[in-house]
Design a protein around this ligand. Structure first.
Ligand SMILES: *[C@@H]1O[C@H](CO)[C@@H](O)[C@H](O)[C@H]1NC(C)=O
Ligand SMILES: *[C@@H]1O[C@H](CO)[C@@H](O)[C@H](O)[C@H]1NC(C)=O
Ligand SMILES: *[C@@H]1O[C@H](CO)[C@@H](O)[C@H](O)[C@H]1NC(C)=O
Ligand SMILES: *[C@@H]1O[C@H](CO)[C@@H](O)[C@H](O)[C@H]1NC(C)=O
Length: 593
């Protein structure tokens, strides 16, 4: 199905004159959502985290709109910037973000990548799953607790909005003595020492929603600096750096500080057994915390970030500068790429090779579910696919996610394309049309090529997912992100034969004992890579109810490649009534008059 969309980026400026009265549909009573006792909402939440002090409520206003950046490039910005403002809070603080959508004719939501949303599943930011999308001119107030420490980030849920610039860092600190690896470093200054890496494109992707051609990124960028980000260090001291791959394409990043080693201490916010390495490889959506010690000759060193996959050939650099070093000539000469950057594979470590800092509780009798991931056997045409959020509440004004056309053959899970539910799955499950649902494992009962894939899981019952990148029709690596839960990554299997995989072969390998699992201390991650023609096996125990997406963040520009993991939960009617319902957003054309 095709829809005529006029990209009204000029009108964006018209609507910006302040005349439009924006109506917000905030939950009327905060205490329904969260028990927060703090008053000090407007003190900066970026502070040293201490014991025995009350958590704070940390408020942010995000206005998202198309803007021209300093380099005259269009981008979707948050308060005029991309990446958006970093959020730095302490453990147990309450984060409140008012997101105002000023992107004409488009609907957005914001996802808080890695945040568990314990008790607030409706703040997870997935349109038509955990909330109604925020239509143009509307506001949604996100409020959730920073319930575990670590390195996170936020981004628009749609891959296109995210790629156009809607993302930023989110760091949750805790008192230093609680940090398991505090002895390995001297400084943990997350505001200065976070490198969040994104891509830039020659055009605004969301301005050409119907154009199915693929536009490759033309640069990768660290933080907001078009120039080099600078990390100043004092000789002899150890520094904790937080590395975030905030790219929504299949672009692994290899990060290396010349002539220094890095000690990895955490991945996806969870501590690991420290490993020292020359370089780290971080997949899209992954984070790694590393310690770099200023133990070399005083001077200036390049930190190289090089793209792989779809970002092959793109590099960017930051600077590691010892205090007192005059780096003028370094800036003039630019990075020396040839001599210093050669790396052997074995000098690079990935998140899935790490082991968690503590042994994990073992799980017996876990039910194993095979998910077949591949490009479709038959070419899928635009006409076969519905790109709308098919809301029943406002049938005359369909909500649009940021895609109206297939840019490629969308990757399928168990042979199905993703369909947005007609009512928010979490909030109004009884309103979701049953014939649009495919139950994982029983897909054959639904003849539609596009459906809402749902895996029904039970509270506190462990699930094992075998993510199988079968590779019959692609040679790609895919990266999946789990909302709500950390996954124990018990196996990453690269296929030595490099031949396409099938469920039967997997079962045969299981019977032959070829698939061993690390159930003692697997890394616990929210983002995992699934190798080409290989397997990644993850386990998780649903500890809180909700409708949680497991999605490929790097498979498609057009529609999500996802399943919903549904864990029963009853949300009080009071809460549901206080959240915006899909029909209650004001349509954009009213605002413009
Ligand atoms: C909010 O809800 C709490 C608990 O339900 C109640 O005690 C309080 O009076 C409410 N506040 C307002 C302003 O309605
Ligand atoms: C805190 O915020 C309130 C309302 O937004 C404002 O009136 C007050 O002046 C602020 N206080 C400080 C110390 O900034
Ligand atoms: C740093 O080096 C540049 C060129 O090498 C020189 O012009 C400049 O004066 C130096 N700055 C300081 C503060 O020494
Ligand atoms: C994948 O790679 C193999 C071997 O290099 C090649 O024969 C095959 O055509 C590729 N498949 C796709 C879909 O690109």
């Amino acid at each position: 199905m095709r829809f005529l969309i006029v990209s009204l980026f000029i009108i964006a400026n018209v609507s910006n004159n302040g005349k439009a009265s924006l109506e917000s549909f905030l939950p009327s009573n905060d205490s329904i959502l969260l028990s927060d006792t703090t008053k000090s909402s407007n003190k900066s939440c970026n502070r040293p985290c201490k014991f025995n002090v009350k958590p704070r409520q940390c408020r942010y206003d995000f206005e998202i709109k198309p803007t021209f950046g300093e380099d005259d490039r269009p981008a979707l910005t948050i308060n005029g910037q991309t990446p958006g403002p970093p959020i730095h809070v302490c453990l147990h603080d309450i984060i409140v973000v008012k997101v105002k959508n000023k992107i004409p004719n488009q609907d957005i939501t914001m996802h808080w990548h890695g945040i568990e949303q314990k008790g607030t599943p409706y703040m997870d930011g997935v349109p038509m799953v955990t909330q109604c999308p925020i239509s143009y001119g509307s506001v949604y107030e996100y409020a959730f607790a920073a319930s575990s420490p670590g390195t996170f980030f936020y981004h628009a849920d749609s891959v296109l909005h995210h790629s156009d610039g809607v993302y930023g860092a989110l760091i949750v600190d805790q008192p230093q003595p609680l940090e398991p690896h505090a002895a390995l470093y001297d400084y943990d200054r997350s505001d200065e020492h976070t490198l969040i890496v994104g891509t830039r494109f020659p055009e605004l992707l969301t301005a050409r929603l119907e154009d199915p051609s693929y536009i490759p990124p033309d640069s990768i960028i660290i933080n907001r600096n078009e120039d080099y980000s600078k990390i100043f260090v004092i000789p002899g001291y150890g520094y904790r750096l937080r590395l975030i791959n905030a790219i929504a394409l299949e672009c692994p990043l290899v990060i290396q500080a010349y002539r220094h080693v890095a000690t990895v201490i955490a991945t996806d916010g969870k501590p690991v057994q420290p490993v020292t390495t020359a370089a780290v490889k971080i997949y899209p959506g992954e984070r790694m915390d590393v310690v770099i010690r200023a133990d070399q000759e005083s001077g200036g060193y390049w930190i190289r970030v090089s793209g792989e996959g779809l970002c092959e050939g793109l590099n960017t650099y930051a600077m590691l500068l010892y205090s007192g070093f005059n780096y003028t000539s370094m800036l003039l000469d630019g990075p020396n790429t040839d001599t210093e950057s050669k790396l052997e594979d074995k000098e690079t470590i990935t998140g899935q090779e790490l082991q968690s800092a503590r042994d994990v509780p073992s799980v017996n009798n876990v039910k194993s579910i095979y998910l077949k991931i591949d490009r479709p056997h038959l070419k899928v045409k635009d006409d076969d696919i519905d790109f709308r959020y098919l809301s029943d509440a406002v049938p005359k004004k369909p909500f649009f996610p940021a895609a109206l056309s297939l840019r490629d053959d969308v990757v399928q899970i168990n042979g199905k394309n993703f369909l947005y539910p007609n009512a928010p799955y979490l909030l109004k499950p009884r309103e979701v049309r049953p014939e649009t649902i495919c139950v994982v494992g029983e897909e054959k009962n639904n003849k539609q090529p596009q459906c809402i894939l749902v895996l029904n899981a039970k509270l506190n019952e462990a699930v094992e997912l075998v993510l199988a990148n079968e590779g019959h029709r692609s040679n790609e690596t895919y990266t999946f992100h789990m909302h709500g839960y950390g996954m124990q990554v018990v196996k990453t299997w690269e296929n030595p034969g490099n031949t396409p995989l099938s469920k039967e072969e997997f079962h045969k390998m299981e019977r032959d004992g070829l698939i061993t699992r690390n159930i003692k201390n697997p890394p616990v991650k929210d983002t995992v890579m699934v190798p080409n023609k290989g397997l990644t096996i993850v386990r998780f125990t649903p500890t809180v109810g909700g409708s949680w997406l497991l999605e490929c963040r790097s498979c498609s520009f057009s529609l999500p490649v996802a399943i919903i993991i549904n864990v029963p939960l009853s949300i009080p009617k009071l809460v549901i009534d206080s959240l915006p319902s899909c029909g209650s957003y004001r349509p954009a054309d009213v605002l413009l008059n």
